[in-house]
Design a protein around this ligand. Structure first.
Ligand code: GLP
Length: 261
């Protein structure tokens, strides 16, 4: 696990965007795993700028999103389909047929989850998975106690996550408790993961993910077992990390070919 501590959320987002762009340039038919939430918004707008200004080409890219709310149609303003369309897909040139997001209205949810897994497999697996981090240490919507080998399936959100996501919904609107999410096992199979987090609200989860024991109670801690994971955080969310100075030292003393910027 490589831990990179940047000064601000803007620097975190720009570095994440550069890593995604590098992947797409190196392998134009990359399979990207994508996340939602407030955290990656700036990364997406940065990638959209690269598409517009630097002609970063997504025409051969395939995407798989991590999760979706059960019961929300794709055009619902708070669905993750809508989020992705607004924040990213409408600004770049990924062909519609290469975009995959779990279907919140699937009649047979277990069957649609199996199909989602099969589609990832048929695409050759995920090259680069972008992840955010829940305040309780979840990735995707894999809440604490999720099996570390779990696959795409329906999950029930904790009250903590429902409350954290309430800010995206209108006042009085019901926040769904049920979601479809890629499993922890699905995420672990990505060839590379980049997890981004910022703000003091994530400090506890970041410390438990990076330096705590590997446990289903902090699903993100499983990334310690992943051979190619980059954690990009800001100073505020890194403040509980005991080895902060070491991570800075490592990053500042990389040999040239290891650098991302
Ligand atoms: C939701 C999403 C996660 C995301 C998390 C953090 O639970 N399913 O993918 O990482 O929220 O959200 P935010 O970035 O808004 O803090």
């Amino acid at each position: 696990m490589e831990v990179i501590i940047k000064r601000s959320s803007v620097e975190v987002s720009h570095l994440a965007a550069r890593i995604v762009a590098h992947q797409v340039k190196r392998k134009p038919d990359s399979v990207l795993g994508l996340a939602t939430g407030a955290t990656p918004e700036l990364m997406y707008s940065s990638l959209a700028h690269m598409h517009r200004d630097e002609k970063l080409d997504f025409s051969r890219v395939t995407t798989f999103n991590l999760d979706e709310y059960v019961g929300l149609a794709a055009n619902h303003p708070h669905s993750y389909h809508h989020y992705m369309e607004t924040n990213f897909f409408s600004h770049v040139n990924i062909p519609k047929e290469r975009i995959h997001i779990p279907d919140g209205l699937a009649k047979d949810i277990p069957a649609s989850c199996r199909e989602y897994e099969a589609a990832i497999h048929a695409a050759g697996g995920i090259d680069l998975q972008v992840l955010g981090l829940g305040t309780d240490g979840h990735i995707g919507f894999n809440e604490p106690s999720s099996s570390l080998s779990s696959r795409t399936r329906i999950k029930t959100l904790t009250e903590q996550t429902v409350d954290a996501n309430r800010r995206f919904f209108s006042k009085g609107e019901k926040v769904p408790h049920h979601v479809i999410t890629m499993g922890v096992g699905t995420i672990r199979e990505a060839r590379c993961c980049i997890l981004i987090a910022y703000g003091e609200g994530k400090a506890d989860a970041v410390a438990r993910m990076v330096e705590g024991p590997i446990t289903a109670m902090v699903p993100a801690s499983v990334l310690q077992l992943h051979e190619n994971t980059i954690v990009i955080v800001d100073e505020e969310s890194a403040r509980n990390l005991a080895r902060r100075d070491y991570y800075h030292f490592v990053y500042n003393n990389k040999v040239a070919w290891q650098r991302y910027e």
